[in-house]
Design a protein around this ligand. Structure first.
Ligand code: PLP
Length: 522
């Protein structure tokens, strides 16, 4: 093997276009080359000196490990530099516009961070006596109050740790309610315009999932849904606003029809940013809906932090909410940790997580809600929708927008790959955007649109930022329509060129082995 420098650079890693300008290290000024962690370091090197482990008698039988597990050997400074160099190759909302659709990559106000880091919130332990964490429990209680108020629902389960986890919570509450009335139903209906996690959740909970088609407008086909309702249908899962970026106008009719047939209505509320302060889902007959605090309520996500997916519940489902939850007696907060017979809260379906949820997310979300106030939250929805429509209308002449005729969009603008030159696709546009310095939009989702490109600008971007992005996307789209060959090999300026994404997903290399061994292992 040829020379390997400190960061593991090998000549073949360099950018092939730049041989004339290649540097000895492969670095390009502040753009530092980085190898895989398995390719750097030396076996046996560690960051700490540990005494040899004492010899013990083998007690694990077949589970005993007989070979080296292949951990990379790095000292502490080598480890720190490796991850710091990698972090500089990451894209982040603090670096620039992040148009990923359905993810609501808005700015995370620094006020939230300041509050979340206060010792009384950041340093508490979930097993501390409740007398010593009254303030933290108060935050959970207050936030629960505002989530219930904003959604017009009866109760909220705070513990689910992400949107998909919240979906599971809602579906388990629906099942508990059906079980309580001795009505075992086996089918959940999911429209084509639902987020992929919806059918996955229903299937995970053991339900048969059936699809409901979308209309040519991109909304749920109400007639088809009504026709399928019956005594075997436990409920529906509807994403609203849906993944085509449209509001489901028939939501009230859908809820009434499902209730009349004895089922429950789950709403995927991950896109709540488009309607917060403007629409109360409880008024639409919804029984359960998760809210992604890490989207609508501006807590960091996507590598930046954990998620949090509280689930608001209707009167019918509230008694089945998971444990634990916080209650307030006069000025004292208390945790309900187990079901007590005859208690007013009824019959919880159980516990989803060990403790109460994500404290850091709760403090950030409450800080966000309090600092915006009712008028500020309404404006969040209005500006998010305005920004998305600005992008949709600014680009519909160059990119096909399959639902542009369905009226204004909500929080995100949807385009398809129709009309690109032969052999050019959405992937080429996404790669071209990387060269322009953007994280690409969501691609190939939703599935109802060919070569979908889903752009969610959020309300926190200025018109100047949107204009620059529109200009960049227009330029890349025009190259894809003209068949510019250099676009087919984009990105040219990123640390790596096009990767084999299929191989990376299907055959991930998680432990490094020498190539000969890897071949032998296959
Ligand atoms: C993000 C998202 C989810 C899943 O939320 P996670 O927190 O990633 O589990 C579900 N539905 C929609 C519409 C989403 O945008």
């Amino acid at each position: 093997m040829s020379s390997i420098n400190q960061s593991g650079w090998k000549p073949e890693m360099g950018n092939a276009d730049d041989t004339a300008l290649a540097t000895y290290t492969g670095n390009k000024a502040l753009m530092l080359e980085e190898a895989l962690i398995f390719e750097i370091g030396t076996a046996g090197t560690t960051g700490v000196d540990l005494a040899d482990a004492p010899q013990v008698a083998a007690r694990l039988g077949n589970l005993e490990r007989h070979r080296d597990i292949g951990l990379p050997g790095l000292s502490e400074p080598e480890t720190v530099r490796h991850y710091t160099r990698l972090s500089r190759q990451n894209y982040a909302i603090d670096l620039g516009f992040f148009p990923l659709g359905s993810c609501t990559m808005k700015h995370n106000p620094r006020l939230n961070e300041k509050v979340a880091r206060m010792a009384g919130f950041a340093d508490v332990h979930p097993l501390q006596p409740v007398e010593t964490v009254q303030g933290a429990l108060g935050v959970i209680y207050e936030l629960a109050h505002w989530l219930v108020t904003l959604t017009g629902m009866k109760a909220v389960a705070m513990s689910p740790k992400a949107g998909a986890h919240g979906e599971l919570c809602g579906i388990l509450a629906i099942r508990a309610a059906l079980t309580a009335r001795g009505d075992a139903r086996s089918v959940i209906l999911c429209p084509e315009s639902a987020h992929g996690t919806n059918p996955a959740t229903a299937a995970f909970a053991g339900y048969a999932v059936e699809n409901i088609p979308a209309t040519s407008e991109g909304r749920v086909d109400l007639a088809a849904l009504k026709a399928r309702l019956g005594p075997d249908v436990a409920g529906v899962m509807i994403t609203n606003p849906n993944t085509c970026g449209l509001f489901e106008r028939d939501m009230r009719d859908i809820s009434d029809a499902v209730h009349a047939a004895g089922g429950y209505v789950y709403c995927d509320g991950a896109n709540f940013n488009a309607i917060v302060g403007r629409v109360r889902p409880g008024d639409l007959g919804i029984d359960a809906m998760h809210i992604n605090l890490h989207k609508t309520f501006s807590t960091p996500h996507g590598g930046g932090g954990p998620g949090s997916g509280p689930v608001v519940l209707s009167e019918a489902l509230a008694p089945y909410a998971p444990l634990p939850f916080v209650v307030k007696d006069k000025d004292h907060y208390r945790l309900v940790e187990e079901e007590t017979a005859g208690a007013h809260h009824g019959s919880s379906f159980g516990r989803m997580v060990a403790f109460h949820g994500q404290m850091g997310m709760f403090t950030r979300a409450l800080a966000y809600i309090m600092s915006h106030g009712a008028d500020g939250l309404r404006q969040v929805a209005e500006d998010a929708v305005l920004n998305a429509n600005y992008i949709l209308r600014s680009l519909e002449d160059v990119l096909e927008s399959p639902f542009a005729h369905s009226g204004p969009c909500m929080h995100e603008a949807l385009f398809s790959d129709n009309g690109l030159a032969d052999g050019y696709s959405t992937l080429d546009i996404a790669k071209g955007l990387i060269d322009e310095g953007y994280h690409p939009m969501t691609v190939y989702f939703p599935l109802v649109v060919h070569g979908a490109m889903l752009v969610e600008p959020t309300e926190t971007e200025s018109k100047a930022t949107l204009d620059q992005f529109i200009g960049a996307l227009r330029s890349v789209a025009e190259r894809a329509k003209a068949g510019d060959p250099s676009l087919k090999s984009a990105p040219h300026h990123a640390p790596r060129r096009r990767l084999d994404e299929t191989q990376a997903a299907r055959k991930p290399v998680l432990v490094w082995r020498e190539p000969e061994q890897a071949v032998a292992a296959e």
